[in-house]
Design a protein around this ligand. Structure first.
Ligand SMILES: NC(=O)C1=CN([C@@H]2O[C@H](COP(=O)(O)OP(=O)(O)OC[C@H]3O[C@@H](n4cnc5c(N)ncnc54)[C@H](OP(=O)(O)O)[C@@H]3O)[C@@H](O)[C@H]2O)C=CC1
Ligand SMILES: O=C(CO)COP(=O)(O)O
Length: 319
């Protein structure tokens, strides 16, 4: 059986799709939330208007993990450590698939590194790529990356987690898959801010392209492979997130650009990841101009016009 930790939008969507292969248990920390989902067969708080199939059992009791041979963890990257500090030992020895996109503030660690710190004999893997929760839950076609350092376990996970509407490509480049997914969210905030401020589609294309160059610079410095970054988990997800108003990171940027408020309860991974990235970039001697302006925008230390001037007035260089 497959267990999914975290009944957010993504965990719920993955459970719905995986249930087409067999039984799934979806764990949520809040017993009241679980009761609501059981009563209505829907996760109205996080993924409204999609029915939970019978093959999904919703529970707030982690003893369900004993029966699971694969565990997907779908809590936000900044919340992963808190979950594992309490419950990590229950995952010992199992393949644990991180489904979150981010870099931890204060440590700069990737989700699979946080898992390895807290789960004994962990076999960490990563599921990432261009997909909105609602698309997956509605059965629309998607293609994602499954990254696992072990070729053998990666193949097993690829087979078990492929569903009728999720086609999985496999890689052993875990670093590349994780960093692509984390960093594209920062660039999506920049693109959203440009569009929200009315700077136009040419500005968005420039930010996506130079943002991708920034993503590649960081990820290669940490050992990622160029082909992973050019694939679904990097370029693919950058395109989706920077061009769709379904993206929360993009919408958050758009609200900054338009001078509007944004609901602080909405998960926006790119804001914390930009800060984490700046912390590690300084130590690694990396110059990340787009990340820098995103931090300025998020902290409200810059407006969009000042951010654009900062980017445009940098010394001229070769592409
Ligand atoms: N939504 C999407 O389209 C996609 C999301 N992702 C990634 O999935 C990850 C999760 O996002 P998403 O599901 O959308 O987020 P949501 O905001 O919808 O849900 C977050 C979930 O995490 C739970 N949670 C938070 N902290 C803890 C904790 N300490 N212990 C246990 N559970 C916790 C929340 O529980 P509670 O409700 O009790 O607060 C909630 O169920 C992110 O990294 C995101 O980038 C990836 C692809 C697509
Ligand atoms: O990662 C995602 C799409 O692949 C979801 O993006 P948001 O978190 O910006 O909504």
């Amino acid at each position: 059986m497959i267990a999914v930790i975290g009944a957010g939008a993504f965990g719920t969507a993955l459970s719905i799709s995986l249930a087409r292969n067999g039984p799934v248990v979806l764990w949520a920390r809040d017993a009241e939330h679980v009761e609501e989902m059981q009563a209505t067969q829907e996760n109205a708080r996080r993924l409204p208007d999609v029915a939970l199939p019978q093959a999904v059992t919703v529970s707030s009791d982690l003893t369900c993990l004993a029966e699971a041979d694969i565990v997907l963890v779908s809590v936000p990257a900044q919340k992963l450590r808190a979950f594992l500090e309490t419950h990590g030992p229950k995952l010992a020895g199992k393949p644990v698939v991180a489904c979150c996109k981010g870099m931890e503030r204060g440590t700069g660690l990737r989700p699979t590194q946080v898992i390895s710190e807290h789960v004994a004999d962990a076999v960490p893997a990563m599921l990432t790529g261009p997909s909105f929760a609602h698309d997956i839950a509605r059965g629309l076609p998607t293609a994602l990356t499954l990254a696992c350092g072990s070729e053998r376990i990666g193949e097993q996970l690829q087979a078990r987690l492929t569903t009728p509407n999720i086609r999985l490509y496999r890689t052993t480049d875990v670093i590349g898959a994780e960093l692509g997914g984390a960093l594209k969210n920062v660039i999506a905030i920049a693109c959203g801010a440009a569009i929200g401020a009315g700077l136009g589609e040419s500005a968005r294309a420039a930010l996506m392209t130079r943002g991708f160059a920034e993503l590649v610079k960081v990820a290669e410095a940490y050992g990622a492979k160029a082909e992973t970054l050019a694939g679904l988990s990097g370029f693919g997800d950058l395109v989706l997130t920077c061009t769709s108003a379904q993206s929360r990171n993009f919408r958050f940027g758009q609200s900054i650009g338009a001078g509007e408020t944004f609901d602080s309860g909405v998960t926006v991974e790119g804001a914390a990841t930009a800060e984490a990235l700046a912390e590690i970039a300084q130590d690694a001697g990396l110059d990340l101009p787009i990340t820098r302006v995103v931090i300025g925008l998020v902290r409200d230390e810059l407006n969009v016009r000042e951010a654009m001037d900062m980017l445009l007035q940098r010394p001229l260089k070769e592409e």
